[in-house]
Write a protein that binds this ligand. Structure first.
Ligand code: HEM
Length: 508
């Protein structure tokens, strides 16, 4: 009798357990089905997603910018897809892009970032809106016009010592200028922002660290992909974080080198009690001074953000000038006038007077915007939007919205012959009515690039200094159209940037 009772009890418990598991599976199934229909229900066109992977397989097998372009070509300027279970809406429609420009939340394609080091969660670009607002207000002080002005003598010195010296050592030969610009840019941010000489050109570990960070990609990690397919399994996120933490502790992640470098710079500043007028000091004098990790995270962010974008932006511009003799001649004529007016110096205060150079830089940033997929937003409320065809789209709160700046920069709807280098198209009289939205290499709205004024000063200053002394002409390895490498959020020259550099100082 007892045995029969025990068996019945056992069967009952098993039945309850199986029923419970089945219920969970059915609930998950319905929830998942709803989730994978979200874009369709919202009238956002796109390919049909796989129930588990979304479009991850196709997305991983194509460079991200190319994938986005193919989507927009096929489904129109507002369309969507899924990375695993995460919906992403692509926006290459100027009106909608304009409407969401002041949304403040920046979602990440991979929640927690591709590198889930918890320290990186404290970076400006990764904070939740309230925390971002506070930190952005502090960090904005690092890029005020007074601050940029105070950087001027340092910038002039570094251009001369780090860049012009390197060019002098190699000129009259075929030179790959891209690595020289990378060395220079790292040194520039190091000395203007942190007051230290980094010896980047002689430190291959540091270079490897920065390069590794930018080559990271969700498709390199099966754990990240699994997490993207099952974002509700927060245990996977914890394992990712733990895995990254172990790599840092065991020293198997190359990116630790940059972290160690920034940590030593910070410790040295605190130990010596010296003060400087730079980005590090702004952070150390602010309310975040007691949060060592936040100062460290944002130091790393500035090194990375400035290094990748400025060096690529300068290299792409030099590539275009190398292949466009006439534009180079006009820029040099303009520089001659500038030298005549300023006692033979490139005058930082008057750098914005070099109008044609400004058009050339804009055109370079249009054709080759160094940041490609970083302009993302999500809203705090649903937004109903009617497109040109009268179709209503509901842009749901919280969903990842990506402004497709590369695609807008290259669309024949907004630019005549978009693949041609034509600096004049940025003249007021030739601009498209939506110019302010369809051209946004630094983003728009409240989350626009914090380094905008720094880059706006550094790029023309560096180019004018080099071009006042040297000319660039095509060499055997000069590519007619430079091959680019699309990384997770940036694009850089794939094979470098080759030119013959000749010493030809401008007579004035
Ligand atoms: C040619 C140079 C540069 C380009 C093309 C560029 C481009 C961009 C873009 C497109 C964004 C996203 C803006 C948005 O979402 O609306 C961004 C954000 C950002 N950039 Fe830049 N950038 C450049 C230089 C720099 C420099 C020199 C620094 C630092 C010294 C910097 C630091 C940042 C940071 C920290 C953010 C995140 C801002 C936030 O979330 O509040 N960038 N940049």
């Amino acid at each position: 009798m007892m045995t029969v009772l025990r068996i019945s009890m056992f069967i009952f418990l098993i039945t309850v357990l199986v029923a419970f598991i089945l219920m969970k599976i059915v609930r998950w199934y319905f929830f998942r089905t709803r989730r994978m229909r979200l874009l369709q229900d919202l009238n956002i066109p796109g390919p049909r997603p796989h129930f588990i992977f979304g479009h991850m397989k196709e997305y991983n097998s194509t460079p991200n910018v190319i994938w986005d372009s193919e989507m927009i070509d096929k489904y129109g300027p507002i369309c969507g897809y899924y990375i695993g279970a995460k919906p992403v809406i692509l926006i290459a429609d100027p009106n909608l892009a304009n409407q969401i420009r002041n949304f403040e939340e920046r979602p990440r394609r991979v929640p927690g970032g591709i590198n889930p080091d918890p320290m990186r969660a404290k970076m400006l670009g990764n904070l939740s809106v309230e925390k971002w607002k506070r930190l952005r207000a502090i960090l904005n002080k690092s890029f005020s016009s007074n601050m940029i002005k105070s950087f001027t003598p340092t910038v002039a010195r570094i251009v001369d010592q780090e860049l012009m010296d390197a060019i002098r050592a190699q000129h009259s030969a075929e030179v790959n200028i891209y690595p020289l610009l990378q060395n220079f840019t790292f040194e520039l941010i190091s000395q203007t922002g942190f007051g230290v000489h980094a010896n980047f050109s002689g430190n291959s570990d540091l270079r490897a660290a920065v390069e590794e960070e930018f080559s990271k990609n969700a498709s390199n990690s099966w754990l990240t992909q699994l997490f993207l397919c099952f974002p509700d399994m927060t245990i996977l996120q914890r394992i990712r974080i733990w895995h990254q933490w172990m790599k840092i502790k065991l020293g198997t992640s190359k990116s630790t080198e940059l972290r160690n470098f920034c940590e030593s710079v910070q410790q040295e500043r605190l130990r010596s009690r010296s003060r400087s007028r730079d980005i590090l000091q702004v952070m150390l004098d602010s309310e975040i001074q007691d949060d060592d990790e936040k100062v460290l995270a944002n130091s790393i962010l500035f090194y990375e953000a400035a290094f990748e974008t400025l060096s690529a932006g300068l290299a792409f511009t030099i590539h275009l000038l190398t292949n466009n003799e006439q534009a180079q001649r006009i820029v040099r004529d303009e520089i001659r006038g500038h030298l005549q007016e300023n006692e033979g110096r490139i005058c930082a205060d008057r750098i914005s007077n070099l109008k044609y150079l400004d058009l050339v830089i804009k055109e370079s940033l249009r054709m080759y915007p160094p940041q490609t997929t970083f302009i993302s937003r999500s809203g705090e409320r649903d937004l109903d939007y009617k497109n040109e065809d009268g179709q209503i789209h509901t842009i749901p709160k919280g969903v990842h919205l990506q402004i497709c700046l590369y695609q807008m920069h290259h669309s024949s709807k907004f630019w005549d012959n978009p693949e041609m280098f034509r600096p004049d198209r940025h003249l007021d009289e030739q601009k498209h009515p939506d110019y302010d939205v369809v051209f946004q290499p630094f983003g728009k709205g409240k989350r626009r690039c914090i380094g905008y004024s720094y880059a706006k000063f550094v790029m023309p200053f560096v180019l004018a200094t080099i071009l006042s002394q040297y000319t660039f002409s095509q060499s055997p390895k000069t590519e007619e159209t430079i091959e680019v490498l699309f990384k997770t959020a940036t694009m850089t020259p794939k094979n470098g940037c080759f030119a013959e550099i000749n010493f030809d100082p401008i007579a004035f």
